[in-house]
Design a protein around this ligand. Sequence first.
Ligand SMILES: [Zn+2]
Ligand SMILES: [Zn+2]
Length: 389
Amino acid sequence: MPVRNRFADLLPEITAWRHDFHQHPELMYDVHRTAGLVEERLTGFGCDEVVPGIGRTGVVGVIKGRSTASGRVIALRADMDALPIHEETGLDYASTTPGKMHACGHDGHTAMLLGAAKYLAETRNFDGTVVLLFQPAEEGGAGAKAMVDDGVMDRWGVQEVYGLHNTPGLPVGHISTRVGGFMASSDEFEIEVTGKGGHAATPHETIDTTLVASQIVVSLHSIVSRNIDPIHRVVLTVGTFETDSTASNVIAHRALLKGTVRTLDTENRKLAEERVRRVAEDTASAFGATAKVTWTAGYPVTVNTATEVAHAVEAARAVCDHVDPEAPPILPSEDFAYMLESRPGAYVFLGNGDTAICHHPAYQFDDSAIPYGCSWFVELCERRMPMDL
Ligand SMILES: [Zn+2]
Ligand SMILES: [Zn+2]
């Protein structure tokens, strides 16, 4: 395989780090043990700077090349947090904490970026600076945003940022990515509809909130079919519909709808929000009712920039068995999106073979993917910041 030979030597050590992280999963921002070990190892590798406490419990490592004359600064990111899932893998290094599990492979991401850091600090065969970003709280806590808000990009002058995620179903040794929207934005809305409750036998004296809310649900589904360009992908789902009537002879006074919108570009995301507000408010108004819309913005669209995808693909082709530069987008979301809002960059999927899907209690990170991930990080840095510039 074309991976760096050094990672064959380092594989047992990196795998041992991974298994240790796996045995000790930590949630959200509470990644103190993991961050402590990351800090300790980065310091041990001889990084030029190691700074904990960025974005609450994130850790930043800085490695300068043999030259920094190019002025280039590239950031590589890994996430450190686990999930509130009870592990059912039966592995001898399974989670030692009931109800917590590295079921998304972030233990593997952290171990691979540490492996790359060790190599880069040993060899420094590049002209520029590598900034390593170890973030907390990818799983719903927007840890990437916390690090960006803490000024990580400006403080170290980051120009480009790259990240990877293991992908069950993609063979080990494969990398896939795409230009533009790769993973979806994930926003939530609540619509509180207020009419005028009353007796089921005297509907003319009420404003039937159930009927109004039903009209809103039907009209909301016109947004994807009639407002969004049909070649774009948007999902709008109304997941819950509750009213305050629990009797068959009572017309509800109040109804609550809850739903989610997923999009693959920021224009559609904005359009969907505008339309949800307008459709809900104006439909309610047409019936003499009111609708109060609460929009909760979740993770943005993960948007890869074309130039950086080209670099990511070139590096992947040098170290992987197969590279797909035009992978289809998917609708889960990813908080690396916040880093990509801040700087150009690329996010790639790294093959994890035929395992249970991420977030499943039987999910397993495949350690044979480690040399590919480490080699991709290193190849990217050396190609983007070559010594002979
Ligand atoms: Zn996850
Ligand atoms: Zn994940």
